[in-house]
Write a protein that binds this ligand. Structure first.
Ligand SMILES: C[S@@+](CC[C@H](N)C(=O)[O-])C[C@H]1O[C@@H](n2cnc3c(N)ncnc32)[C@H](O)[C@@H]1O
Length: 228
């Protein structure tokens, strides 16, 4: 990743380069990520904590998304905080051979934050167009060449090139089951990891125990699982 930044240095403004350096410093700090640093990261990654982000409500209703439950609640309540994101990055020990998917990536701050500190490839899948547009704009602004976003419903998107799949409580039970079936199929061909945070972690523990086992606790009701 550092190499990518170096190659791009001429294209990126000094302001962006210093933002990226600041993000790296926050990631590398030994202490917990402070409230002030958390706010800075939100600003870097284009997350407005007060955003009432149910703009695409028709699409949500049509797709029977769990997100209908979140109506009028700021996005910051339903995105993973940077402390836990960093914890996931450290526990996964990502390498350039890894392809990390955020299934239901929202504004994309999880793949973006991790990508600055890793050479892995990062992909986000998101249904809501305005979130995706924001994620793409920020990725471009920061010159993150190892991050990309796909617009679509996870039910339809092919993510079989991945080996690590992260989800923060994003789907209805029905969608969760379809995603689990797709991941189980992928796990027949290679070892995969599933990272779950939030209330749906229980689903992976209970319903997928025949093919997934928990290997790390990451807090915030989160577990990293590996395929058997
Ligand atoms: C709780 S947010 C999590 C955002 C981000 N992954 C994080 O950890 O901060 C869940 C996201 O999943 C998206 N989502 C829900 N159902 C989806 C589906 N079937 N396909 C793609 N995205 C979906 C929602 O629009 C929302 O942005």
């Amino acid at each position: 990743m550092l190499e990518n930044f170096k190659n791009q240095e001429s294209k990126l403004s000094h302001e962006i380069i210093s933002e990226i350096n600041e993000i790296k410093l926050i990631y590398e700090k030994e202490d917990h990520i402070s409230y002030e640093d958390d706010l800075k990261l939100k600003a870097f990654f284009g997350i407005d904590g007060e955003r009432e982000d149910i703009k695409d409500s028709q699409k949500i209703e049509e797709n029977n998304l769990q997100e209908t439950l979140y109506a009028n609640i700021p996005y910051s309540m339903f995105c993973l905080d940077f402390e836990h994101t960093r914890e996931i990055g450290k526990k996964l020990n990502l390498s350039k051979d890894d392809t990390f998917y955020d299934l239901g990536s929202g504004y994309g701050q999880v793949p973006m934050f991790l990508s600055i500190n890793s050479e892995a490839k990062f992909k986000g899948v998101e249904l809501m167009r305005d979130r995706l547009a924001q994620a793409k704009t920020t990725t471009k602004k920061l010159g993150l060449e190892n991050v990309s976003f796909i617009e679509g419903n996870v039910v339809d998107v092919d993510f079989s090139d991945g080996n690590i799949f992260y989800m923060f409580n994003p789907f209805s039970q029905e969608t969760l089951q379809i995603v689990a079936d797709k991941l189980k199929e992928i796990a027949r061909t290679k070892k995969i990891k599933v990272v779950s945070t939030g209330a749906s972690t229980g689903f992976w523990l209970d319903k997928c125990k025949d093919w997934l086992e928990p290997i790390n606790d990451i807090g915030r009701m989160g577990l990293i699982f590996e395929s058997k």
